[in-house]
Ligand binder design. Sequence first.
Ligand code: PGA
Ligand code: ZN
Length: 399
Amino acid sequence: MTRIADVRLRRILDSRGNGTVEVDVLTESGGFGRAAAPSGASTGEHEAIELAPEEAIAAARERAVPRLVDEVYAGDQRSVDAALHAADGTDDFSEIGANSAVAISMAAAKAGADMLGAPLYQHLGGAFRGENFPIPLGNVVGGGEHAADATDIQEFLSAPVGAPNVTDAVFANAAVHGEIHDVLAERAIPAGKGDEGAWAPSIDDEEAFEIVAEATETVSQEVGFEIGFGLDVAAAEMFEDGEYVYRDRTRSTEEQIEYIADLVREYDLVYVEDPLDENDFEAFADLTEKVGERTLICGDDLFVTNTERLSQGIEQGSANSILIKPNQIGTLTDAFDAIELATRNGLDPVVSHRSGETEDATIAHLAVATDAPFIKTGAAGGERTAKLNELIRIAEDAL
Ligand code: PGA
Ligand code: ZN
């Protein structure tokens, strides 16, 4: 194995036009890896800390780079990530920034793969990784923190659960996205797009359910396999003074649990993310008890890809699925550990993008490497298609 020879950090643009951290890692033997940090808008309060890009870059140059260059073997991901933790010294990456940490971690993994002459999913997953493909969950209508004056529920997600292969699944989500545009046009509802490329019409949640149910049904008929749909409620964003605040009413925790359970039954939802507040492990458990047999109840802001919070959720039966966002926790090692803990305890990991993204496609490789049953990475827009198209390429190679 050869050592890391250089780590270069720079500020680049993300999909919202904000700055983010990009990193190049070079190895002694000429290996090269490049990766960039994504960024959330509806961030969980327990996430690792993202610093302003300039600040994160300066801090990482000062504290992390000296611990990596000439010190750590590039393909030894756990050592790379341990060096990042040691350089930072806090438990939330507030010194060097989770944005610098995750970009370095992912770039080092890519350099490690390059050195071996292996694709990233192979380097991360090893020779005995599974051969299933992750089903892409595609955000097709949304609002919340991702678009003003649109639905209260943050994301309506197309879920092509019956797709025979990754390419058909990716195109099914694109077709649902297109079909929704047609349905909106028929109803004379104007719509721009939110941060993740989903349609962001000024309609209430009830109408969005109608439209998404209609569009998934239409496309399902056309393609000949089952397409369900799911939600990211991002309920922490609507939780104020003990109540869930919707545009026309509020719901108590009990009412929210009943409301979500009814939606699961009425629309046969295959997936529900963050249906309750990010600190309410107990309400999550009540809902999972009610409908966990028929749908995935997924913790995003609840777990923040953190094994300690996940352990608490496992103990309390809070969910049967966890969202995995490497930048929520800061390194690939931490994300892997969360996936392993989840899988060992029967929870389905869902590897995910953020609302602010770049062309970086690491998460496509991470999902395949870990045999994750789902990947959430949008349906439309260049920074989303970067991951979807990478999945198609990986499938041609390996699945
Ligand atoms: P975020 O939203 O990237 O803005 O946090 C995505 C999500 O909540 O899943
Ligand atoms: Zn979420």
